[in-house]
Design a protein around this ligand. Structure first.
Ligand code: GLC
Ligand code: MG
Length: 599
């Protein structure tokens, strides 16, 4: 099987080129360098505003705090920062429950503060991306209040239903057995309207009705409003749940089947989600948003405005977001494989290969890949993969082709905070109980960003921060890591710099695979330029490998460019590919040139 990619050499196909054991995937070789649009090789950086930097001492991060730290992002080499929601919100789901889509949460600042943030970002040539939360609004949103009261134009803004009558008891019951993401029924009775409304997330997050064209238009207005204020695009939240099936001819919603995955009847995955997730209508809505982005650029000029889509769906569904031959879709549906596959299959070179295969083999021709290892909904990358592998994973997302995404603190190797039941804030955990909340809580990855080794890690001057700090802040922080000769931070910065300067990383083809038991290797190559080779020993003991087992065409020696903290090798030195010894957790980025400069 060989697919030919005409435009971008980073578009990949998988071809077994040599009769080697467990690996290898290869892309078509590229001879020309194509000029890429900014987002195709971008370094995206997710800011969780509540926990990034507190400027006014209330223990809660804010916009002025972010503005004061934009230079830090610039210094990291970030292309675009995505801010988790900053809009007016009762904060039931920490901003993912929006009561006014057109204003800023007062705790975070004002519209003027936002304009100042954009101005400073522009000065620094940093792009700002906002979180677009299309699926639901807060129950405190005016739209919802009007819909409850059946005000003209708002009657069908949300998904309302009378429910059904239990044949035995004669009592009223929810319209279907559907479950919400944060435990329990996805339907809530509203006494005023005398109907149930749908909420795929918390009770206070009412699902907007996308079968109503007024809602579709309103949400496009939200997009244009923030584009007018200068944002470079959107990360679109919880997209796969946008549409649900329609009621049957009797006006009733069908029940979901039991999944067999858990006995916990309150948990979302107790049931399948066939009727309430991943519907075709949702894909079309993403295409419509893309039209909004493209029209906007055509009218107002400037750089491409991007759409990043949050979706934890099977590849057959996820890849449709990219669009097809006739329709442009999202620029990047997030690739969570390095999170999800490694969680289900365990952390190993072979799981990484499965995760990478699973994306690149399914990627439509001419589209751009992307790599994510963490976000505010997941445990910290360094905690999931082990601190020893933090650099190896940061390297991997920057060496693989396409865009890469960093969640704040990954550059420092930040680990999970230990949050007691008393300190727990996340509704996903609060809706459970003291005995089981740790299975659900997302608080551990949302602890304050660690700037210094001082009070509150330099995040805030408050007596108490909204979530406690992670225990390791005295050593894992920007100040300490910037001063150290070598740190996760210095390695991260070297990687971003290499990515920016290397045409091979930007335009080159990709081959990857496993050698030995647990060593993952990636080669990026481009004719006329140096090749870049990534090799990581993910085992807990040392190993000596021959990279020729991976690729017989490699030169006899490679030059070390960047190494993980576990490595005692010297940068700039030459290493023999036929006998490369790697300590546990040792990860290296090498190049094929005999001088240490990369192309
Ligand atoms: C997305 C967000 C998550 C939020 C949910 C509901 O998955 O990432 O934090 O709780 O949507 O908006
Ligand atoms: Mg504050």
């Amino acid at each position: 099987m060989q697919q030919i990619f005409t435009k971008l050499s980073v578009a990949l196909c998988c071809v077994v080129v040599l009769a080697q054991p467990i690996w290898a995937c290869d892309t078509t070789s590229s001879t020309t360098t194509t000029s890429m649009d900014w987002w195709q090789t971008a370094q995206f950086y997710q800011i969780y505003p509540r926990s990034f930097m507190d400027s006014d001492g209330d223990g809660i991060g804010d916009l002025n705090g972010i503005t004061s730290k934009l230079e830090y992002l610039k210094d990291l080499g970030v292309t675009a920062a995505w801010l988790s929601p900053i809009f007016t919100s009762p904060m039931v789901d920490f901003g993912y429950d929006i009561s006014d889509f057109f204003d800023i949460q007062p705790e975070y600042g004002t519209l003027d503060d936002f304009k100042a943030l954009i101005k400073r970002a522009n000065e620094l040539d940093l792009k700002i991306i906002l979180d677009f939360v299309p699926n639901h609004s807060s129950d405190e949103n005016d739209w919802f209040v009007k819909s409850v009261n059946r005000e003209k134009g708002y009657e069908d803004y949300y998904v309302w239903h009378d429910g059904k009558t239990n044949a035995e008891t004669g009592e009223r019951e929810p319209p279907s057995n559907w479950l919400q993401a944060f435990r329990g029924s996805a339907w809530e009775w509203n006494d005023v309207r005398q109907q149930y409304y749908l909420h795929q997330f918390a009770v206070q997050q009412a699902d907007l009705n996308y079968r109503n064209p007024l809602v579709v238009e309103q949400m496009k207005r939200v997009l244009r409003y923030w584009l007018d204020l200068g944002v470079a695009g959107f990360r679109c939240d919880a997209v796969p749940v946008l549409f649900e099936i329609e009621p049957d001819e009797n006006g009733q919603y069908a029940d979901e089947e039991v999944s067999g995955l858990t006995n916990d009847t309150e948990a979302r995955n107790y049931l399948k989600s066939d009727l309430i997730e991943n519907l075709p209508e949702t894909i079309d809505m993403a295409y419509q948003w893309r039209v909004v982005m493209d029209d906007y650029q055509r009218i107002h000029g400037g750089d491409t405005r991007v759409l990043l889509i949050e979706t934890y769906a099977p590849p057959a569904y996820t890849m449709q977001f990219y669009g097809n031959r006739s329709v442009a879709g999202a620029h990047l549906p997030f690739n969570f494989n390095l999170i999800t596959v490694l969680a289900s299959d365990g952390f190993s070179a072979s799981s990484i290969k499965t995760a990478v295969d699973n994306w690149l083999d399914n990627l439509p021709a001419g589209r751009t890949a992307n790599w994510v290892i963490g976000n505010h909904d997941q445990r910290r990358a360094a905690s999931r993969y082990g601190t020893a592998n933090a650099d190896a994973m940061n390297m991997l997302v920057m060496i693989l082709p396409g865009a890469s995404v960093t969640y704040q603190g990954e550059e420092l190797g930040m680990t999970d905070g230990d949050i007691s039941w008393e300190d727990t804030q996340d509704p996903a955990a609060c809706n459970s109980n003291q005995d089981i909340y740790e299975q659900f809580t997302r608080d551990p990855s949302r602890t304050p960003f660690q700037w210094t080794s001082g009070t509150n890690a330099g995040f805030s001057t408050a007596a108490k921060t909204w979530l406690p700090l992670a225990a390791d802040y005295e050593t894992v922080n920007v100040e300490t890591e910037a001063a150290a000769q070598r740190s996760h931070l210095s390695i991260y910065k070297a990687l971003v710099a290499l990515r920016k300067s290397s045409v091979t990383l930007q335009n080159g083809s990709t081959k990857y695979g496993i050698i030995s038991d647990n060593v993952f290797v990636v080669k990026r190559y481009l004719s006329g330029s140096d090749s870049i080779i990534y090799v990581a020993n993910l085992a807990s003991k040392g190993v000596t490998v021959s990279l020729l087992d991976f690729d017989t065409t490699l030169p006899t020696h490679l030059t070390l460019l960047i190494r993980s903290l576990q490595s005692a090798k010297a940068e700039g030195s030459l290493f023999e590919v036929s006998g490369l010894s790697l300590a546990a957790g040792e990860a290296l980025v090498l190049n094929s040139s005999s001088s240490s400069s990369s192309s």
